[in-house]
Design a binder for this molecule. Structure first.
Ligand code: IPD
Ligand code: CA
Ligand code: CA
Ligand code: CA
Length: 265
């Protein structure tokens, strides 16, 4: 596989998709709900997913595609080359704020992340990496992540975990929130992973995410020396929904040992 060519095509299509999204700001969106009244999808989410699928099927008919909005393939295992696509990550932000959302594309070969691309459309910031070749923001190389103490860390997490008491003991997170310097919540898993990759936050925790939410971000974070697992510290399989814990090297182990290990996540 000519990864350089796949990488170049993917970046080009992501930029084109970003132009379609920017143009949509001028018109009225069609908004529908999915599993619950807060689970939103717009015609643009669907249009962008279909845009990528048609480009990939035309250029790489042998590749498989997993996507959030249901137009892609039914994927049960990650053999061969699989594109994991979230056409708009942060749809609620896209609708309510017209910012704080991103396009996220991970390309995996036999379950290993090869390419990660996340495009912050509004800021025109393209984050991209090919495994083993460094990670970039537009043309600028991103710096490897350095260790950091919990007490100097900013941790991204979503307040919905306070509702999760029936499943897990969320009280276990209170000491971590207390010991950290601060917490943040941006409403886009892809951007929160990019913020770990760029050091804007030091760690990101989430109770439940889908493979397309994390596929690209995991490549970027790992390329810079960060660690990406579930909240138990186990590897992700990128097939099923799972919890997520991404952090700077060192910090990941400390948070896991000191705060998360007791949890039944
Ligand atoms: C959502 C965002 C959000 C996360 C949700 C995801 P979507 O993705 O990443 O930050 O908390 O779990 O579903 O639906 O906007 O693509
Ligand atoms: Ca969604
Ligand atoms: Ca998403
Ligand atoms: Ca989405």
């Amino acid at each position: 596989m000519n990864w350089e060519e796949v990488y170049t095509s993917a970046k080009q299509w992501v930029i084109e998709a970003g132009e379609i999204i920017r143009a949509s700001f001028k018109r009225t969106l069609t908004i529908r709900t999915k599993s619950n009244p807060n689970d939103l999808v717009t015609d643009i989410d669907q249009q962008i997913e279909q845009f990528f699928i048609s480009k990939i099927r035309e250029r790489y008919p042998e590749h498989k595609i997993m996507g959030e909005e249901g137009f892609a393939d039914r994927i049960e295992q990650l053999d061969g080359i699989v594109w994991l696509i979230d056409p708009i990550d942060g749809t609620m932000n896209f609708i309510h704020q017209q910012r704080n959302f991103a396009i996220s594309i991970g390309i995996y070969e036999h379950g290993i992340g090869k390419v990660g691309i996340i495009y912050d459309v509004v800021h025109d910031e393209l984050y991209h990496a090919v495994r083993g070749n460094g990670a970039y923001l537009n043309d600028q190389p991103l710096q490897p992540l350095k260790e950091r103490a919990v007490k100097e860390s900013i941790i991204a997490l979503n307040a919905t975990w306070v509702m999760e008491n029936h499943r897990i003991n969320h009280q276990l997170l209170i000491p971590l929130v207390r010991d950290a310097r601060g917490t943040r919540s941006y409403g886009s898993a892809a951007l929160e992973l990019v913020y770990v990759a760029t050091g804007r936050v030091d760690a990101y925790l989430s109770m439940r995410l889908s493979p397309w939410d994390v596929a690209a971000g995991a490549v970027l974070v790992e390329e810079l020396g960060g660690v990406v697992t579930n909240l138990k510290g186990e590897k992700l399989d990128f097939i099923s929904r799972n919890s997520l814990f991404a952090a700077k090297p060192g910090l990941h182990q400390v948070i896991l040992e000191k705060y998360l290990k007791k949890g039944n996540w």
